[in-house]
Write a protein of this length. Structure first.
Length: 494
């Protein structure tokens, strides 16, 4: 049988990190098994579902590279089918009409009190309309009395399923209330809609968050009432924030949104890799995996039972996201084949007005060498337009700490560096070895340390305190720019 899995987000906000990981695990499982990865938008919460959220979710999935194998299913389009199935269960005597007044059904305190009393009495079947005769029920409905439809859960027995992650899961019927399938306004409830859609989509495996474990017992009851075999279930451990709270949109804001990472200059390949290791492992000592390697090695058996931790510090701009996510992104930027990263750099430079068409023509070789040189210390694609700005423009900022530490701390450099520029002026062979020879000789003449000259030059040429080899920086920027910047007074005046 072909494996068919689905990712089924509710469009009530952006694509959350936890949801993105769920999508990833579904995608990897489908590809590993030669199956189908499907997408269902569960937009039945009309009050909270928005077109903007749907677009944000689709954008996040597109960035991560998870295209569904079939047409997207919108759950709201299936409401008539859900209602028909609820009515079928009613007709078969597997469900009943609940004529409890709407004000009581909708009152959370009343509902909670009823459920609590039922649990204390070990009788979750405490509903006066459960055993109403069919004639009485039909008569009340015909008279226009509003009603919800509830599943008639057995008085004895239990639900049981073997979860692919957490093992055997059991729950007595006595702990489960008669599920509402249809509200009095005809609106199908979540558990009914999910089961109906999974059956219609022929879903074989449901891979979703651990917080759905309780729902799974309820959904199995609906499968049984419909005389359908439930899919295989695999529940994923939660992703927790520092301190142990569940990572959430409401509490933690945009730090958990996929679009935040896309806009911050993360590579989708790197973030996929990071997400895959957030609660799963291939059982080996390595951390960098291509998507093809993840597909090859992924299994439900590799999913951890313990919750994953997403570390970040909202009060520290340097640790605004998980250190491992940042490290992994830097590792991808540093090591991915040059031809693969160049389009990303172009896309970053363009909106910053740092891109020139010549970089794909006569200056192509220079551009490629420059990107390869400066990417070694970068963490995100944004670094190409910020820390790397001096390589593509004369309009760049100076880091005050670099100026104070490497220039103003050594007042002699104010006269020396323009003098070094004059030494460069007659040089025709402005290459690594010749530059090194000139700078070393100059430092010896001045009785200065070579690092003092190099660090001061770096501050003037790039605005930064750290970067690639300074000899490579001189050579990359070229003689003309190097001379002009060594003579500039801009940095000294700030």
């Amino acid at each position: 049988m072909t494996k068919r899995v689905r990712f089924a987000p509710s469009p009530t906000g952006y694509l959350h990190i936890g949801s993105a990981r769920t999508a990833l695990f579904n995608y990897l499982y489908a590809r590993n098994q030669g199956g189908k990865f499907l997408l269902r938008i569960e937009d039945t919460d009309l009050a909270r579902s928005t077109e903007e959220s749907t677009r944000s979710i689709l954008d996040g999935l597109a960035w991560l590279g998870f295209a569904p194998d079939e047409e997207i299913v919108y759950q709201s389009n299936n409401a008539d089918k859900h209602r028909a199935i609820a009515l079928k269960l009613l007709e078969e005597g597997k469900a009943y009409r609940d004529f409890t007044p709407k004000e009581d059904r909708g009152d959370k305190d009343v509902k909670a009190a009823i459920v609590e009393r039922a649990r204390e009495q070990k009788n979750m079947r405490d509903n006066q309309f459960r055993d109403l005769s069919r004639e009485e029920s039909d008569a009340k409905a015909a008279a226009g009395e509003p009603f919800a439809i509830r599943l008639k859960v057995g008085e004895t027995g239990k639900t049981a399923f073997e979860d692919a992650v957490y093992g055997l899961q059991e729950r007595d019927y006595s702990e489960i209330e008669d599920l509402v399938l249809l509200r009095s306004d005809g609106h199908p409830l979540y558990n009914l809609a999910v089961v109906c859609d999974d059956i219609e989509m022929e879903i074989t495996d449901v891979i979703r968050g651990q917080d759905h474990l309780t729902n799974t017992h309820k959904q199995i009851l609906i499968y049984e009432a419909l005389e359908k075999t439930p899919p295989r279930f695999a529940h994923l451990p939660l992703i927790l924030a520092p301190g142990g709270k569940k990572l959430s949109k409401r509490i933690h804001g945009e730090i958990v949104s996929m679009t935040t990472y896309r806009d911050a200059g993360f590579l989708a390949a790197a973030f996929r890799n990071f997400l895959a290791l957030l609660g799963w492992s291939a059982g080996e000592e390595r951390e960098i995996y291509s998507l093809d390697e993840l597909v090859e090695k992924f299994s439900l058996e590799g999913i951890h039972r313990s919750n994953a931790i997403f570390n970040f510090d909202s009060n520290n701009s340097r640790r605004w996201t998980d250190d491992k996510a940042m490290w992994m992104n830097a590792e991808y930027i540093r090591t991915m084949p040059l031809e693969e990263i160049l389009p990303f750099v172009k896309a970053e430079l363009k909106p910053a007005k740092l891109w020139r068409d010549e970089y794909e023509d006569e200056d192509k070789e220079w551009f490629e060498k420059t990107v390869d040189l400066i990417r070694e210390r970068f963490f995100t694609l944004k670094d190409f337009s910020t820390q790397g700005r001096a390589y593509f423009s004369e309009d760049f900022d100076f880091d005050q700490a670099a100026i104070d530490k490497n220039l103003k701390k050594f007042p002699d450099l104010q006269a020396w560096l323009p003098e070094l520029a004059e030494r460069f002026a007659p040089v025709e062979d402005f290459t690594h070895d010749r530059i090194e020879e000139i700078v070393k000789q100059f430092a010896e003449e001045k009785g200065a340390k070579l690092g003092q000259i190099m660090n001061g030059s770096r501050a003037l040429l790039t605005g930064l305190a750290v970067g690639p080899s300074m000899l490579a920086v001189f050579e990359t920027l070229g003689k003309e720019k190097s001379i002009r910047r060594l003579k500039s007074r801009v940095a000294w005046n700030q």
